[in-house]
Write a protein that binds this ligand. Structure first.
Ligand code: ADP
Ligand code: MG
Length: 312
């Protein structure tokens, strides 16, 4: 009985949980950084059934840079690189969580599992007609022309551009639900999931990246998560962010959030998808939706930090 009653908490870890801005991103740094959110998540495993999702921007960027720098091995498509990052980051999260649970002598010890996850996208959707998401290393104009992929001119230079389609459904949602019911802590949907298209009963990987916050919101809805928490590198949401008149928000209603989103307070490449994800979760029947920093996950769940998006 007790296990049926524990609420399900989904924590979506941002890229900075592993590599902070300005760091080289060595394995040692990544393990060290992970301790901050993971030690809190270990304690939360006593009270909640848990799902952890995560970003993969810097990691997949490094893999792309490696393969752009080497012609001696065949190049791998993006879907394989995303799968690689799910494996490497899943391993890092799982092993850090395992050691925190042992160190803090947390009982009962929940079993852990990391899943390779696919997410279905619509290949005929608008995202594929106009790839807008910059990924991989900065290129010169000549390198960009030589690249066998679409490119985009950013402030820093040319980069490869891929489609960023909306997630339609998480392929492993039933398996994830079962694992949660069996009390597993599940790490999944890394990097927003491996984008696939469905043809009959088969799936094919496609060259695209899915936003991890939107994929997490989709998963949260599909497996009936109670609390959806997005952990990033700011303590919560601001209006007029990074300006002298910036204003921190403890709570914000869905109506206000949509209005501020339209007014441009939440940019597309960063805070925008988090707000969209929080709104989608609440509108789909979710109970609580919180955006906070990786250092204040526990406080935010207690209502003592972060921004809570509320219905209304
Ligand atoms: P993650 O890797 O966690 O997805 P992002 O860099 O994509 O992180 O998004 C978090 C960033 O959003 C913050 O570091 C902050 O610079 C930026 N940001 C943009 N607008 C806002 C806002 N209105 N309030 C708070 N942060 C904002
Ligand atoms: Mg992001």
């Amino acid at each position: 009985m007790e296990k049926e009653k524990r609420e399900i908490l989904l924590v979506a870890l941002g890229g900075n949980a592993l590599i902070k801005k300005g760091q080289a991103g060595t394995v040692e740094e990544q393990f060290e950084n992970l301790r901050v959110p993971i030690s809190q998540i270990a304690r939360l495993s006593k009270r909640y059934r848990l799902i952890i999702t995560h970003g993969n921007g810097p990691q997949v960027g490094n893999l792309l840079l490696k393969q752009e720098s080497c012609d001696r091995v065949p190049k791998l498509p993006l879907e394989i690189l995303v799968a690689q990052t799910q494996g490497q980051i899943g391993y890092m999260i799982e092993s850090t969580l395992d050691s925190e649970i042992m160190k803090q002598r947390i009982t009962p010890q929940r079993p852990l599992v990391s899943l390779i996850s696919y997410v279905v996208v619509d290949e005929k959707g608008p995202a594929f007609r106009n790839p807008t998401k910059p990924i991989g290393p900065i290129l010169t104009e000549d390198e960009a022309i030589a690249l066998p992929h679409p490119t985009i001119k950013t402030k820093k230079g040319y980069r490869r551009a891929v489609a960023s389609p909306k997630p339609i459904t998480i392929v492993e949602k039933r398996e994830i639900s079962k694992l949660i019911d069996m009390d597993f802590i599940v790490v999944c949907c890394g990097g927003g999931g491996i984008p696939v298209i469905r043809e009959g009963r088969s799936f094919y990987g496609v060259d695209a990246v899915i936003d991890k916050d939107l994929a997490s919101a989709k998963l949260a809805k599909e497996v009936n998560v109670d609390i959806f928490l997005i952990a990033t590198d700011v303590r919560g949401i601001f209006l007029n962010y990074d300006r002298p008149d910036q204003k921190y928000l403890n709570t914000i209603t869905v109506t206000e959030a949509s209005r501020y989103l339209n007014e441009g307070h939440f940019p597309e490449g960063s805070m925008g998808p988090k707000i969209e994800a929080a709104i989608e979760f609440l509108e789909g029947g979710g109970k609580r939706s919180i955006i906070t920093s990786i250092a204040t996950i526990e406080d935010a769940i207690e209502g003592k930090g972060g921004t809570e998006i509320i219905r209304g």
